[in-house]
Design a protein around this ligand. Structure first.
Ligand code: ATR
Length: 485
């Protein structure tokens, strides 16, 4: 062990895996007064970190896992920042072997929460603690202050809390980190955070699409619109960076950058997991699921090319026939409404997951720790916090009195925008499906009654009646009499 450490002989925290996220996190710990042990499978990355940033704080670099573990203060605390999947399992096994009873292994990657539940059991069986921690904020957040969502045993949080608080983002003096709940709770919540992020990005994309191809505005002009929006209810990191991206020109051609970027959106899969889990739990996270589908559709390059060759009839497309400024304001309100639905649905999924797995997640904690550091940070989260402060058992976020009041002002513009998009032939999957979700929630009667009738017809699946208790069936192929089952 050659050291740059000065503060103590042993490190308060260790980081395994020194790609960009791991290095930035290690630097953040060091810059905040912690002695940090660092280790990477290939020693070149460790050496590069020390030579480029060793002067930012106290580091103890190691070239073997054993040296790394020996350089940690007890109970040892090591954060794994390696590729999700098999690499994470391999490193957990190495650390478990080298560590002792009571030491804490933290997985800071984007693990699937069911893997985290499994790993926690395996590690706990060997007397070590395992904490799956969601870390949001990308590279910049890891370096300057992320939002951190740790799960695992409450006991580990006692030890880990202060050190994580030392590197997390802060809003109004409150660090953006708290213990979310046992085993996989942290990674689950981070997964839904990412799902909400997909929806938030998609609704911004739909607003852009309408202003660009519906109202015929240029990217630079739309950038100004987003800048204005960022000064109001929509004030958020994603709106802010949208303005930046739209204002950017291509250094090669001078064209708006957005026009030279291939319109096929990628993903690493956390949005897809959120949608799959929503289906598993039976929670209608329509905004998130439509956003995942929208990315998939954008990347269906061959199908899109075939459809673009004039293959599919467009029907009658009408020009926008309203005042541009009014349309821009309507689009802002539609974006706000669809965003509200996506968050409301995301919080529903968190509640359902928390109930299913017995995590006792407090939605107020999320609204607090997502205010800074993470990609979905927004002023709006203060309102969400207030909503759950006023009623911790809100049946849905949109039923909070403040948000209901907002919806009064949003609903008509939202309907107008969905109609206009339809007539313009422009796709608005999340604006439109969120409106259907909203109207479904409000509807006194849903066609589910008819579906139950159909199910009883072809599969004798039975139905319930509105006028009395019991389970019923019609003898469809016989005399069509009613039988109580
Ligand atoms: P990024 O996307 O930021 O590059 P990543 O692919 O998620 O990061 O993770 C890369 C990190 O995982 C690297 O530190 C890598 O170590 P190497 O530099 O030695 O390649 C680490 N990693 C990947 N597989 C690993 C394994 N089986 N054991 C240990 N570390 C591993």
């Amino acid at each position: 062990m050659t050291q740059t450490a000065e503060k103590t002989d042993l490190a308060q925290i260790g980081v395994v895996g020194l790609a960009v996220m791991g290095s930035n996190l290690a630097r953040n710990f060091a810059r905040n007064g912690n002695t940090v042990a660092v280790y990477n499978r290939s020693p070149e990355k460790t050496r590069a970190l020390i030579s480029e940033h060793g002067d930012e704080g106290a580091f103890i670099p190691s070239e073997t896992v054993e040296d790394f573990v020996a350089s940690l203060e007890r109970p040892r605390k090591a954060i794994i920042m390696v590729q999700a999947g098999a690499a994470t399992d391999a490193v957990i096994n190495q650390l478990t072997e080298a560590m002792d009873e009571g030491d804490i292994i933290i997985d800071g990657g984007n693990a699937l929460f069911t893997d985290t539940i499994r790993r926690e059991k395996e590690v706990a069986a060997k007397g070590r603690h395992f904490v799956g921690a969601g870390i949001s904020g990308g590279e910049e957040g890891a370096l300057n202050g992320p939002s951190i969502m740790p799960g695992g045993p409450a006991e580990s949080w006692e030890t880990l809390g202060p050190i994580l608080e030392s590197i997390a983002a802060e809003v109004d003096g409150t660090p953006c980190v708290t213990h979310i709940g046992p085993d996989g709770a942290g990674h689950f919540v981070k997964m839904v955070h990412n799902g909400i992020e997909y929806a938030d990005m998609q609704v911004i994309g739909e607003a852009y699409q309408l202003l660009r191809y519906g109202a015929g505005m240029e990217p630079a002009e739309i950038a100004e619109v987003f800048r204005e929006w960022n000064a109001g209810d929509l004030d958020s990191y994603l709106i802010e960076i949208t303005a930046e991206v739209l204002a950017q020109t291509d250094p090669d051609t001078g064209a708006p950058l957005v026009d030279v970027i291939v319109d096929a959106a990628g993903q690493k899969g956390t949005g897809r997991w959120t949608a799959i889990n929503g289906l598993d739990l039976g929670v209608p996270i329509t905004g998130i699921a439509e956003s995942v589908f929208a990315r998939a559709l954008s990347s269906a390059t061959a199908q899109r090319a075939a459809a673009q060759e004039g293959q599919l009839p467009s029907g009658t497309i009408t020009e926008l026939n309203v005042d541009k400024a009014e349309f821009v304001e309507d689009v802002r309100r539609a974006l706000y409404a669809a965003k509200l639905i996506a968050y409301s649905q995301g919080f529903d999924e968190i509640k359902a997951g928390s109930d299913e797995f017995g995590w006792n997640v407090d939605p107020r904690d999320l609204a607090t720790i997502w205010r800074g550091g993470c990609i979905i940070r927004a002023k709006f989260l203060d309102r969400i916090r207030e909503a759950y402060d006023n009623d911790a058992d809100l049946p849905a976020l949109i039923l909070d009195p403040y948000f209901k009041g907002e919806l009064e002002n949003l609903i008509d513009p939202w309907r107008r925008v969905v109609v206009a998009a339809t007539q313009l032939g422009l796709p608005v999957p999340v604006f439109a499906s969120s409106l259907s979700y909203y109207d479904s929630l409000r509807a006194e009667r849903l066609p589910a009654a008819l579906i139950q009738g159909q199910r009883d017809f072809f599969g004798a699946h039975t139905f319930k009646r509105v006028d009395r208790e019991g389970t019923f069936h019609i003898e469809w192929s016989g005399d069509r009499s009613l039988t109580e089952m």
